[in-house]
Design a protein around this ligand. Structure first.
Ligand code: XMP
Length: 317
């Protein structure tokens, strides 16, 4: 019988054996997986685990600061790196979703690599890879054609020859959450919705600008706060706002507006492989829509995505 407590015990022992007195470097994303993986490794080797958290400028509103604070709380030895402008400048003018993913993925590896190289004598790379990532990366590289190029797997910095430590490789998400709870990790991490590595970069359809990121961060923060306040956050598997490259006419006072459209996405799912659109209450959607349109400059229309996966995907890009 699998239990979180037994898993933690065995895994920590195994990491101790494997890592010995060597150093491990690891990128944190603020997500459940990397947080739980890092906490396990930290339990085994303490501050010989060096964590790096990159602000790619595509995170949710205030997420960088909040997450860094959370890591401090967990005792993780974490360096926050502000690389926002590098991401914005390389994304400038790029509209193709796969190109955006590649740029964000490559730049992330570059930044991580530069930071990791500043550490000496590192032998291992820790990763929060979970079982569905392993499966999905096989199908991405397999004959069944590229669906989306995820960079969770295979993100090994090329210039460093590091062995991998992936303590969650055999676990599903719900098991990772159970392990995390057993480890005493705060619900702000454990209950967190999945968030894609390329972040808001693939939720701003078409070209990404700093201005659009700010706009989407505001709309998304209002949306997520309403989900939390209404108790719906934990009822859905993943939710987020998407900024469409569509402008439409509206009225504000007696002014005509011509502004952007924000789409709201919320899905229920077990593993993200299939998903149903979440049947959020109309009253809640009405409040969210009003708040976004009244409070976010540049958005004058809000729509709700009622597509399931398949045939739609969870993300729009
Ligand atoms: P889709 O859109 O393929 O998403 O239905 C399934 C799950 O994967 C996440 N996702 C990504 N995660 N890099 C990531 O790390 C990516 O490029 C990426 N694309 C999608 C998505 O948020 C959902 O949880």
């Amino acid at each position: 019988d699998w239990t979180p407590a037994a898993f933690i015990h065995e895994t920590v022992e195994r990491i101790k054996q494997e890592a010995g007195d060597k150093k491990v470097v690891m990128a944190l994303s603020g997500g459940v997986d990397s947080t739980v993986a890092a906490t396990l490794i930290h339990k085994a080797i303490g501050d010989r685990l060096y964590c790096i958290f990159v602000d790619n400028g595509l995170l949710r509103k205030n997420e960088f600061e909040q997450v860094l604070e959370g890591y401090k709380h967990l005792g993780l030895n974490t360096k926050g790196v502000d690389a926002r402008q590098r991401f914005y400048s390389e994304l400038d003018g790029v509209t193709d979703p796969e190109k955006k993913r590649k740029i964000i993925g490559r730049l992330f590896i570059d930044v991580f690599d530069e930071e990791a190289k500043k550490l000496t004598d590192v032998s291992f790379l820790g990763q929060g890879t979970i079982y569905p990532d392993v499966i999905e990366s096989m199908s991405v590289h397999g004959p069944s054609a590229t669906i989306k190029s995820h960079h969770n797997v295979g993100g090994l910095p090329e210039t460093m020859k590091l062995s991998l430590i992936e303590p969650l490789r055999m676990l599903f998400k719900d098991e990772v959450r159970r392990v995390g709870r057993e480890l005493g990790i705060d619900d702000i991490f454990i209950g967190r919705h999945p968030f894609p590595g390329p972040g808001l970069g693939i939720r701003i359809l078409g070209g990404v600008t700093e201005e659009k990121v700010k706009m989407l961060q505001e709309a998304d923060a209002i949306y997520i706060q309403h989900l939390r306040d209404s108790g719906m956050y934990k009822e859905v598997w993943q939710a987020g706002a998407i900024l469409l490259p569509v402008q439409s006419v509206g009225v504000m006072g007696d002014e005509r507006t011509y502004e952007y459209t924000c789409a709201l996405r919320a899905v229920t799912s077990v593993d993200g492989m299939t998903a149903d659109w979440a049947h959020l209450p109309y009253e809640l959607l009405a409040r969210i829509s009003n708040d976004i349109i009244n409070r976010v400059r540049g958005i004058n229309r809000v729509v709700y995505d009622i597509s399931s996966k398949p045939p739609a995907t969870i993300e729009w890009e």
